[in-house]
Design a protein around this ligand. Structure first.
Ligand code: PEP
Ligand code: MG
Length: 325
């Protein structure tokens, strides 16, 4: 670990003026949580639960899921652990779900679409998450949302799961927050309405970039065109942040962009309330934060960029100026 990082591991992540912005980690395998403290993070902004479902002959039952979720929630304590409901499909297979061959898996039967079509699968997971919420501070996050009705249908199933646990006398956090990933252009355009029916947003820039730009996130031939600094992606993110705050909910980011130091000044200017990233990125971002303040002039400058290359040049110039100070 670089020497300058040692001193900040146990410090809260603050800007130059002392403003606190929590930096959280993304978790795949439950044991990823074990490195949270050593990496100087405060909580989990994205727990990708599909890892509990992959490489198995059948879906894990409620108790098996509960143990996996409780493990992470307990270790994230006293910080928040945002648990994303199943985002299987796309690039993440599970034979027992019989997704079958699809011409466009990323546009196919995945994530919330599977869960709403298989309510028992969804409710089993929700009950396991709710039970884990008793052991710390958890939130439920729904992936791949494209419309308000999906949120309302999901919330109705969450209410059913809560009622079942009450009947069974199983404790859970009655005030658990329910949020959504913003990772489709459809969700961006509906952000004002969606913000009225959820407790938080988290921007998934990995998918949002691919769907906004119509560039496959996994195709090396076009990887130079896959860039979250493209002006259209920045516009989308800025719109969503404004819609969240206009409606009094918090907004985080859990796609790769959140852990990119070059993106940090612009995400601060957009007013993000939390950034969640792979564990090794936390200290880099935390260290840079100490030299930055929220800068609305920078936001205007970046939103005027003409291409991803142009955005990168503007932000590189900005950070160089700060380092010279
Ligand atoms: C995203 O799309 O940005 C995201 C965080 O989800 P995943 O990478 O798991 O699709
Ligand atoms: Mg995604």
């Amino acid at each position: 670990m670089a020497k300058q990082y040692d001193a900040i591991v146990d410090q809260p992540s603050v800007l130059k003026d002392g403003m606190h912005l929590p930096l959280a980690i993304n978790v795949g395998n439950p044991t990823d949580i074990d490195s949270m403290k050593a990496n100087g993070a405060e909580g989990v902004g994205l727990y990708r639960t599909e890892f509990v479902f992959m490489g198995k002959a059948k879906a894990p039952d409620e108790d098996e899921q509960f143990e996996a979720y409780r493990y992470v929630v307990e270790r994230a304590k006293p910080h928040l652990c945002v648990i994303r409901t199943l985002d299987i499909g796309g690039d993440k297979p599970a034979d027992y779900l019989e997704i079958g061959e699809e011409a466009n898996p990323f546009l196919g039967w995945r994530a919330i679409r599977i869960c709403l079509d298989k309510p028992e699968l969804f409710k089993t997971q929700i009950r396991a998450i709710l039970r884990a919420s008793h052991y710390g501070k958890a939130a439920i996050m729904l992936p791949m949302i494209i419309s308000e009705s999906e949120v309302l249908d999901s919330k109705a199933l969450i209410d059913e799961a809560k009622a079942e646990l009450r009947t069974a006398g199983m404790p859970f956090d009655e005030a658990i927050e329910v949020g959504i990933m913003i990772e489709t252009p459809a969700a961006v355009m509906q952000a004002e309405r969606l913000a009225k029916v959820v407790d938080f947003f988290s921007v998934g820039t990995n998918d949002l970039t691919q769907y906004t730009l119509a560039v496959d996130r996994g195709n090396p031939k076009i990887s130079d065109r896959y860039d979250y600094f493209h002006p259209s992606v920045l516009y989308a993110i800025n719109m969503v942040a404004a819609a969240a705050h206009a409606n009094g909910i918090w907004i985080g980011m859990c796609g790769e962009m959140a852990g990119d130091p070059l993106a940090l000044p612009v995400l601060l200017a957009m007013g993000f309330d939390e950034l969640s990233m792979s564990a090794p990125s936390v200290l880099k971002v935390k260290y840079l934060m100490k030299s930055l303040k929220v800068d609305s002039v920078l936001l205007d400058d970046v939103l005027a960029s003409r291409s991803a290359v142009d955005t990168r040049a503007r932000l590189t110039h900005y950070l160089e100026k700060i380092k010279l100070k």
